[in-house]
Design a binder for this molecule. Sequence first.
Ligand code: XMP
Length: 513
Amino acid sequence: MNEQIVILDFGSQYTQVIARRIRECSVYSTILPFNTPAAEIARLKPSGLILSGGPSSVYAAKAPLPDPAIFALGLPVLGICYGVQLLAKFLGGNVEKGQKREYGKGTLTVKDGTCALFKKLPKALQVWNSHGDKLTQLPTGFKPVAVTENSEFAAIENRAKKFFGLQFHPEVVHTPRGREIITNFVHGICGCGRNWTMRNYLDQAVEEIRAQVGKEHVILGLSGGVDSSVAAALLHKAIGDQLTCIFVNNGLLRSREAEVVQEVFGRHFNMKLQYENASSRFLKKLKGVTDPEKKRKIIGGLFIDVFTAATKRAGKAKFLAQGTLYPDVIESVPIAGNPAALIKSHHNVGGLPKNLKFALVEPLKCLFKDEVRQLGLELGLPKEIVWRQPFPGPGLAVRILGEVTPSRCEILRNADAIVVEEMKASGLYYKIWQSFAVLLPIRSVGVMGDERTYDYTIAIRAVESQDGMTADWVKLPYDLLEKLASRIINEVKGVNRCVLDITSKPPGTIEWE
Ligand code: XMP
């Protein structure tokens, strides 16, 4: 059995982030419901236990509480936020409603540098707080180790029992040295080695898929984007021909996109790939439509129709696989009185129909984007797919302002191919969030040779972003901009002017629509 850390989930939106931090330590972890019996935890022979944060108050009527016997397992325990209040409640301390909610950045001052959690860390640390209740009396056998502006018990320990409590969140990026605190717990205190790799993750995911799917068949909507591509490669490794991928060409794809998907997945990986060329249906329905929301609705609706029909042709499948990632759906254990799930609402166009009668397989749902990329490389997917920039479900339709016509698609496809090619050549393509061309359907006058032209404008959009929620425009080098403009105007028929978008998000959006 793998060396592992057990995380008990008390409903924090950061529980999966804790698991990710432990994976970063090359250690395996299991997230279990808060009320898992101690005997069941003991059977897993974990090296340590982490009690997650959570939105409740330990004194609330329906507060999620652990089996008290977990404290007698002889395991090192780290309580985070709500977890530290549980230590107080069960081990003889006291918790009270804080005068004011402590939320946001704080400074932690380490008073006892001999505490193993803070080994090799400075005396003053920036930390992230998010809690209302406050520890007012230490549990038996505990000592304060560090303080913040508002809390004299920001970090506490019972050294003899290896019990630790942190009022702040070490797992989030806003606690910049938090990883080292978790590393100290996992390696220093629990004594775990570094044995868990993405290869192990892959092997385990394959086993889990096989156990879930058995001999049944699975359908996957393959878009060619990172998430569905990695999901496809993973499922194919697990169940081979029991997987059918459906790839819909909506006529709004980038240059050579349909060919590349067929080459990589059909020929190289030898997957069962059902290619649905519905380009003309989409373009016909989009004829004359200029309103951006209407365009999205048409594309989303037709996608569902095409996909549904395709699943029927694909034969009998019991499962539908999706490349959902952890940040897409922040799941939480359902705890009475609190939101059971915090769903990050995003663009759903290109999403799959809800009324399809399939059971879901979501093999990536515990992973973050960068981990999915690592997994993709482990599965042998080419860098071009694993590191490709995000591309919206409604495709070029959100980059052609006004009416989408076949000729405008052709113009934008050609301009976009130049942007991708030059961005790759400059080495910037893989360093930034997105870089693409937008077609503005207004014409202006130009001269080319001796001829007067009256053609469209292409806007170049290049942005940096962490997650697409906020973004800043990239200061591309002048010589690259010059090359882009000159190639686009010279090589793309129908374009005689090129401009650069210098809008950040907010107030702008990344796509123009
Ligand atoms: P905006 O334009 O809202 O885009 O700033 C934020 C990020 O989301 C992508 N995007 C989409 N992705 N389906 C998707 O899968 C969509 O309908 C969609 N619309 C926008 C956009 O490319 C950017 O990365």
